[in-house]
Design a protein around this ligand. Structure first.
Ligand SMILES: Nc1ncnc2c1ncn2[C@@H]1O[C@H](COP(=O)(O)OP(=O)(O)OP(=O)(O)O)[C@@H](O)[C@H]1O
Ligand SMILES: [Mg+2]
Length: 231
């Protein structure tokens, strides 16, 4: 089984005056199939931890493993390749590209790899849109969609390449309650049915009921890590 593992990970930042430890020694392992929520106050280190897991930020110390492969010493190019192959990202802001239709935004993941988009890939993108209730938006511009719809398009974009690991930073923060619930249901389903590692960073307690596991972080330290059955 695929496992993403962090071993004694720390991260220091220079805050303009001194070096400050914003993430203290952290040990975590993630397996496919569960939706993990990482929660904590503003500034507690959630995005820092997510960025390290996403190979976007290097830890100051410690090791990160994917399927027993040590990724600690990889260079930026290798990190970028691994992100393309194994990762999907969803952010608070949808980050869709205006001027490209919804379907082209989703297919962009293939375009950046330099290969021509195949009919099969296009079909897959349409299938995802349908699954996410966005069938009629394929040829619309992101600008003309509601906030909830845009966020669902960004989920489709993150899922198009079947990532093993889906990292979501405050995916519901700019959504109303109903759209927030829709997004969480989609993410939960994707974790279980498609056997992904799904990590949702949020300080929105409305997402807790969707978690299989809730990790709490305060001042750069994991203070609890519980498997809970909320529903
Ligand atoms: N590039 C950076 N340079 C210096 N300090 C940083 C940097 N990135 C983050 N920090 C500091 O690290 C700490 C943790 O930041 P982080 O963004 O991980 O918090 P967070 O839990 O995601 O907060 P929020 O809920 O507000 O998004 C904060 O004190 C922040 O100021
Ligand atoms: Mg953050």
């Amino acid at each position: 089984m695929s496992i993403l593992k962090l071993e004694n990970i720390t991260r220091d930042f220079y805050d303009g005056r001194q070096i400050r430890r914003v993430l203290h020694s952290t040990n975590l392992a993630f397996i496919p199939g569960e939706l993990v929520v990482l929660s904590g106050p503003s500034g507690s280190g959630k995005t820092t931890l997510l960025s390290i897991m996403g190979l976007v930020l290097k830890p100051s110390e410690g090791k990160i493993y994917l399927n027993d492969k040590d990724l600690t010493q990889i260079n930026d190019n290798e990190a970028a390749m691994l992100r393309l192959k194994y990762y999907g990202f969803i952010f608070q802001q949808h980050m869709l590209i205006e001027g490209l239709s919804v379907i082209d935004n989703i297919l962009l993941a293939y375009a950046v790899q330099g290969s021509k988009v195949t009919a099969q890939q296009r079909q897959k993108a349409y299938g995802l849109l349908e699954k996410l209730g966005l069938k009629d938006t394929a040829h619309m511009q992101p600008l003309s969609l509601s906030g909830g719809m845009k966020q669902r398009v960004s989920i489709a974009r993150a899922l198009i390449k079947d990532p093993l690991i889906l990292l979501c930073d405050e995916p519901t923060a700019s959504l109303d309650a109903e759209n927030g619930i829709t997004v969480m249901k989609i993410l939960k389903k994707s974790a279980l049915e498609d056997q992904r590692i799904v990590l949702v960073v949020s300080h929105d307690s409305r997402v807790f009921p969707f978690s299989d596991r809730l990790i709490k972080i305060e001042n750069g330290k994991i203070v609890s890590d519980t498997k809970e059955n909320y529903q």
